[in-house]
Design a protein around this ligand. Structure first.
Ligand SMILES: [Fe+2]
Length: 238
């Protein structure tokens, strides 16, 4: 038979048990929430908006296939590994890029590689298009003319030492600027010398052109203009 003392002791233990259980449950819930936050950010490849051979002869089919299925896929896999390993809990790809200095070189290189290539595929098209009136006006204001813009952009792409990217960006004041970044950095990253919103980007890593153009990066850049998806660039500006 339970005495009053036993009853109180048991009641206290029960209360403590509930408290302990509650605390454990809270810990589990909190761990789950962290896991969920981390899991919400997963990079994936955009579907290539054309066939591998669609941009021939400007970009050859084999380069396009290897670039998309091997190089880009490797960046995607590696950033998703880094997100788990480093418990990265940023809410979006762009927010991760804006805070990239907080993370490892693996996260920086592969978040950039994953994001940049998705942006690059969507900047290309097999059907020709033209810059919008709005874009042409802004290009004229910033660079003098579309031809001068192309010259300056090509120069930035050609002179990027080693591997990297050339960019047309909108800066904080809403003006167009040309910039370039090393490796897989981009202008959305807090580590970029010149920051802004990318409107157009060109991959000048050798893997983007070497099979077809070998050392002739300038020829690759010249022919790349033939497959720029101006329709998409116009949309990014709108
Ligand atoms: Fe690339």
């Amino acid at each position: 038979m339970q005495t009053r003392r036993n009853f109180l002791q048991n009641a206290a233990k029960a209360t403590l048990g509930i408290a302990v259980s509650g605390s454990i449950l809270q810990d589990i819930a909190s761990a789950k929430a962290t896991e969920l936050n981390a899991a919400t950010l997963t990079f994936s490849q955009v579907k290539l908006p054309f066939s591998y051979a669609a941009l021939e002869p400007n970009i050859d089919a084999l380069t396009m296939e290897i670039h998309y299925t091997k190089h880009h896929m490797a960046y995607i896999n590696a950033i998703n590994e880094a997100i788990v390993a480093e418990q990265i809990a940023e809410n979006s790809e762009e927010q991760l890029l804006a805070n990239i200095s907080k993370y490892s070189p693996k996260a920086r290189n592969n978040a950039g590689g994953a994001w940049n290539h998705n942006f690059f595929w969507e900047s290309l098209a097999e059907k020709p298009s033209q810059p919008s009136e709005k874009l042409v006006t802004m290009i004229n204001t910033a660079f003098g003319s579309v031809d001068k813009f192309k010259e300056q952009f090509a120069a930035a792409a050609a002179s990027r030492f080693g591997s990297g990217w050339a960019w047309l960006i909108l800066d904080d004041s809403g003006n167009l600027k040309i910039t370039s970044t090393p490796n897989q950095d981009n202008p959305l990253m807090d580590v970029a010398d010149i920051k802004g919103i990318p409107i157009l980007g060109l991959d000048v890593w050798e893997h983007a052109y070497y099979l077809h153009y070998q050392n002739k990066r300038a020829d690759y850049i010249k022919n790349w203009w033939n497959v720029v998806n101006w329709k998409k660039v116009n949309e990014r500006l709108a």
